[in-house]
Design a binder for this molecule. Sequence first.
Ligand SMILES: Cc1cc2nc3c(=O)[nH]c(=O)nc-3n(C[C@H](O)[C@H](O)[C@H](O)COP(=O)(O)OP(=O)(O)OC[C@H]3O[C@@H](n4cnc5c(N)ncnc54)[C@H](O)[C@@H]3O)c2cc1C
Length: 428
Amino acid sequence: MTEKFDAIVVGAGPAGVTAGYVMANNNVDVVIIERGEFPGSKNVIGGVLYIKTLNDLIPGFWKEAPLERKVVQHSYCLMGRNEHILVSHKRAIESEPPNGYTILRSKFDRWYAKKAQDAGATLITKTNVTELLSHTGKISGIRTDRGDLSANIVIVAEGANTMLCEKAGLITKPRRDQMAIAVKEIVSLPPDRIEERFGLREGDGAAIQYIGAPFEGLVGFGFLYTNRESLSVGFGAIISTMMKEQIRPYDLMERFKEEPSVERLLLDGVVKEYQAHMIPEAGYGGMPKLFSDGVLVAGDSAMLANPVTAEGADLAVLSGRMAGEVAVEAHRKRDYTSKALAGYQQLLLNSFAVKDMKKQSGLLQYIEENAEIMSAYPEALNAVLGEWFKVDGSTRSEKIKRIRSIVVTKRKLTKILKDVYVLGRKLM
Ligand SMILES: Cc1cc2nc3c(=O)[nH]c(=O)nc-3n(C[C@H](O)[C@H](O)[C@H](O)COP(=O)(O)OP(=O)(O)OC[C@H]3O[C@@H](n4cnc5c(N)ncnc54)[C@H](O)[C@@H]3O)c2cc1C
């Protein structure tokens, strides 16, 4: 071992940087190791950073951070075939602090890592951690492609690709039905065009999530977010369903972008970047061992992502903060045993994030087994509204009769009742 720190953090995403920031602020000698050229160079978000968890840690950070647009408009787009329903919510005056901002990781992560450095953390980039080292059963350091480092505690925040956790026996490799592949393009467009097209005031932003026809047979959804001078457009879908439907990510992206409701928003835009990344969707039951002697696991590596609310980055901050605080306490007591670190798991279990994940247990599996519901309901709702608004000389009672038959051709009544029961129980 060449150098020893109090603590090592693997990964300079929001989970790792938060843990490093918290520890450095409490006089823990911490090093953050990142394999990318700089923090954010290898990271992907759709996406909206919901700011509560970070604002709790660094009040008012959103006034100085390099954020894109304040999201004042959230919409769900239910896509049928050549028709869609847009359900939107827009605030005329956004509360303070705002709910969320779109971000580009290459800018945001760099800024955030600098915060941790300013607090006293050491950041080492372009360094790949290849394994966790142990001594008499306790994690005691890391091996990197540039040498070994030792520490009293290691916080693993390696993201969705849990190679280190797998090697250390903290998690079994997630299955293909527990991981989503997400693909995203950044499409540049002048700010005034974005504002005109989305009906936004200067600096305000919109977020749209798409479910329905283009994703038929898949468990997944599309998204479109407004940045300052670009749009982020893409989708995420469970890998096993992509394989079953034999569809390639690139083809699905093209299919999605060709939908009239998406195409008109992207018109005249120029694709600047193409990114692909995994999203862990194993849920509560697939969470790894969160702590062991000398080690804690945070962020995506801990499977902390919620596909229902499209949150992940804020949960990474939440878990990074908890891991950092537990590590500070362990440092104060000079006790890094799993007994001393167990409080981390308890903090997470009591958090809104894991409570929601626990309640949603089995939800994804149900949807995977009934993947047709992801397109059947949007299509049925489109057909129902199409029928309702059509003026063709029929009476309302005749329309209601037709609407009833549309609904049951899309999904049997017994199945609808079961869906309502299962989804209601998991989500309410
Ligand atoms: C397309 C897409 C859209 C998303 N949209 C949203 C959204 O709208 N809102 C939201 O809240 N979340 C969203 N997410 C999820 C969010 O991006 C993640 O939950 C979040 O980035 C997790 O943070 P993290 O710090 O755990 O992991 P990451 O951000 O993945 O950071 C892990 C870091 O560890 C580094 N690393 C990994 N292995 C090693 C190693 N062996 N050695 C050294 N360094 C290593 C990586 O380079 C990386 O920088 C989205 C994700 C995707 C892919």
